[in-house]
Design a protein around this ligand. Structure first.
Ligand code: OVV
Length: 408
């Protein structure tokens, strides 16, 4: 007789998906996990995991069996106290989730967001125009860090304005977003460093969730309006503003940085975008598929369940490798190819099901405006030095991305 039930579990892998080695170059590890089986047991964390598209997708969609209210990170909220009061949308299940989700779905709908398009477009033109004009004269190319000057600068202006935040201190959203997503992983060095960096801004964040701080017309005010209309309590409104501040900035910064990296390393795809800037929106999604900003999320089983032959007990954590599912050759032709004309709809870079990214229209609008402006004003974009990767428990992206642009 085996000593423990789980000793019979196959296949077992002794990988640490939150080690520097794994996070620096995850794709060969993803392949090992995907090819070991549809569902594997990660010994290090005593945890189930799946890296195949079919199982990741099915798990995301079955919220009754794979719940979010025990946390969507490694930590089980039923066993460990969360580092902050749980999100009422991310870390909740129906019926509680439904009410919060309805408010953000409305406030962030394609139609509601459309009023921001002109402002976003003007800001993208202004930002790209200024960069391309350059200080040193543009003839020999313009060199800068695309993370700071594009991927951060644009959302820090347009997203924070859209929410209704004052100009002062908005860069605090970066350290906070970094913390929120790192906290989904184990309490390793990345977690501790992120916490140390975020500690000084936590009070600022809490203060900027309050009604008095936010402009009267922004997305934050619209959430408080839902509270006035009886859909939420005032405290719930503050927590939903906190969700915007947690998940709305760092994610798009990383996604835009990754898209620029993909183009800088695939010049022929840049030329395709230049020929047809209308491809900007789906090019952004192709970047989300190939270099998924949110690499992983967890779920927790609510009952015993058989997933593709694996017998999971109730209250078990399962790690979903979204970034690996998005490169599963069972689902994608030439998965490692960056092809802005592929049929990319259906990727799980923004999740799937009831918890799929509620801000995705806003993210896509930002990307469409920024990449569109670049496509019109930039003839060529190349790497101009070694990018510096950010090692992170959840997010995959760059801290520094040196590029050289040739103005159009
Ligand atoms: C890390 C994360 C993702 C999505 C939503 C939230 C946080 C939230 O705070 O609601």
């Amino acid at each position: 007789m085996p000593e423990r039930l789980d000793s019979a579990v196959e296949p077992r892998l002794d990988l640490d998906p939150f080690s520097d080695e794994f996070l620096s170059e995850p794709y060969p590890y993803h392949e090992r996990i995907r090819e070991a089986g549809p569902v594997v047991w990660l010994e290090r964390y005593e945890l189930w995991a799946t890296a195949r598209f079919e199982q990741v997708h099915a798990t995301l969609r079955d919220w009754e069996t794979f719940c979010s209210s025990a946390g969507v990170g490694l930590s089980d909220f039923r066993k460990e106290a969360p580092w902050r009061p749980p999100s009422i949308i991310l870390e909740a299940d129906p019926p509680e989730h439904t009410r919060a989700r309805a408010v953000l779905t409305r406030v962030l709908s394609v139609r509601a967001i459309e009023v921001l398009r002109e402002t976003f477009q003007q800001e993208a033109e202004r930002l790209v125009g200024a960069l391309v004009a350059g200080d040193q004269g543009a003839k020999h190319g313009v060199r800068f860090d695309a993370i700071e000057s594009l991927a951060q600068a644009f959302p820090l202006k347009v997203f924070a304005d859209a929410v209704g935040l004052p100009a002062d201190g908005r860069e605090n959203l970066l350290a906070y977003g970094n913390m929120v997503f790192n906290a989904l992983g184990p309490r390793n060095r990345l977690f501790d460093d992120a916490m140390a960096q975020a500690e000084p801004v936590r009070e600022w964040i809490a203060h900027h969730c309050s009604r008095e701080i936010l402009s009267e017309t922004g997305l934050g005010a619209q959430i408080y309006q839902a509270a006035d209309d009886g859909e939420l309590t005032q405290d719930e409104a503050a927590l939903l503003v906190r969700s915007l501040l947690s998940a709305g900035l760092d994610t798009t910064v990383i996604a835009l940085g990754n898209a620029i990296y993909c183009f800088a390393t695939h010049p022929e795809q840049w030329q395709r975008l230049r020929e047809d800037p209308g491809l900007a929106r789906s090019a952004f999604d192709e970047g989300l598929r190939l270099e998924s900003p949110a690499q992983t999320f967890f779920r927790t089983t609510t009952r015993r369940v058989n997933l593709a032959g694996a017998d999971l007990p109730a209250h078990a954590k399962i790690l979903l490798f979204l970034g690996a599912a998005n490169r599963d050759p069972r689902r994608w032709e030439d998965p490692e190819k960056f092809d802005i004309e592929r049929k990319v709809a259906g990727h799980v870079g923004l999740g799937s099901g009831i918890h799929a990214c509620v801000g995705q229209s806003l993210a896509r609008l930002e990307a469409e405006c920024l990449l569109g402006a670049l496509a019109r004003h930039v003839a060529a974009i190349e790497l101009d030095g070694e990018p510096v990767r950010r090692l992170h428990n959840t997010l995959r992206g760059f801290d520094v991305l040196p590029v050289a642009l040739t103005p159009a």
